[in-house]
Design a protein around this ligand. Structure first.
Ligand SMILES: O=P(O)(O)OC[C@H]1O[C@H](O[C@H]2O[C@H](CO)[C@@H](O)[C@H](O)[C@H]2O)[C@H](O)[C@@H](O)[C@@H]1O
Length: 268
């Protein structure tokens, strides 16, 4: 049977799956964690992948070239959720950490920032209202206001002041402001690197930081007419239409992502 042509954007799910199945050995899948594989919870420590996600990710990894999770969480956290998956790679802290050959490899230029980030987390706890949940992630500090949305401006102002004073990067997310070392690394860079030598890649994301990963797929398509990049958004009330508008397709929830993959795997 003749091979399908690269689907035209926005492709139908059917044409995207058909093309990917034909290119399975050269296809890679990348997933954000929070809001994509796990439903949002008030307590960041409580979030868990939807029950069907683990099995379907491992099944997918057996059919395609590579499956990876690309998250703002540390690898140590992702390991607690995905330890049972032997064939799924983990990128943590926007790619500052990678799980490689049984250990965490940290971007060397970021490592010296650990003490400064620990100090920042301590000051955030002391200086901000206790309703703002401070999450220390070794190489970044997240200021969560999900349970106290009236404190969004205060968290943002404190974050911006610290970023300016200490030369840090600041990143907004879903009811969160995050401070990071001034190291050039984001999900777009992870994906640009991660799709080298591949013919097809999918990225599933729900947050503003995931748009850079979508852009990386578009950029690769622009220079390689053979390459097919599929951007999938997961709907949520907090990022407005920005992520969906940048995507080829929008799914309703993490449970819908697992169902979508289960259905797609039938084409292989
Ligand atoms: O890149 P991701 O895997 O999507 O991580 C983004 C942030 O996810 C977490 O916060 C978000 O999910 C929490 C649990 O559902 C929720 O309480 C919070 O409001 C969301 O912003 C994580 O805690 C952050 O560190 C990540 O930056």
């Amino acid at each position: 049977m003749a091979e399908s042509a690269r689907p035209i954007h926005p492709p139908t799910a059917d044409s995207a799956w058909r093309y990917t199945a034909e290119q399975a050995a050269r296809s890679r899948f990348f997933f954000d964690f929070d809001g994509v594989l796990s439903p949002v919870t008030d307590d960041p420590d409580a979030s868990q992948p939807v029950a069907a996600a683990l099995g379907v990710l491992e099944d997918l990894a057996a059919k395609v070239d590579r499956v990876a999770i690309v998250s703002a969480r540390p690898v140590s956290f992702l390991r607690t959720r995905f330890e049972s998956l032997a064939h799924v790679d983990l990128y943590g802290l926007y790619g500052l950490e990678v799980w490689h050959e049984g250990r965490v490899v940290t971007e060397p230029t970021a490592e010296p920032w650990v003490p400064a980030m620990a100090d920042l987390a301590e000051r955030a706890r002391a200086e901000l209202p206790s309703e703002i949940l401070v999450e220390f992630k070794r190489l970044s500090v997240a200021l969560h206001y999900r349970t106290a949305p009236q404190l969004a401006d205060e968290a943002g102002a404190w974050g911006h002041e610290q970023a300016e004073r200490h030369g840090l990067k600041i990143q907004g997310g879903r009811m969160v402001v995050e401070l990071k070392p001034p190291v050039d690394q984001d999900k777009g860079m992870v994906i640009s690197e991660g799709v080298k030598d591949s013919g097809c890649a999918w990225y599933f994301g729900d947050d503003m930081s995931d748009i850079k990963a979508f852009d990386a797929l578009r950029a690769r398509e622009a220079v390689d007419p053979e390459f097919f990049g599929m951007c999938v958004a997961v709907a949520n009330p907090e990022t407005g239409a920005d992520v969906s508008v940048a995507a080829d397709l929008t799914l309703e929830s993490p449970a819908a992502v697992a169902d979508f993959l289960t259905d797609g795997l039938r084409r292989f």
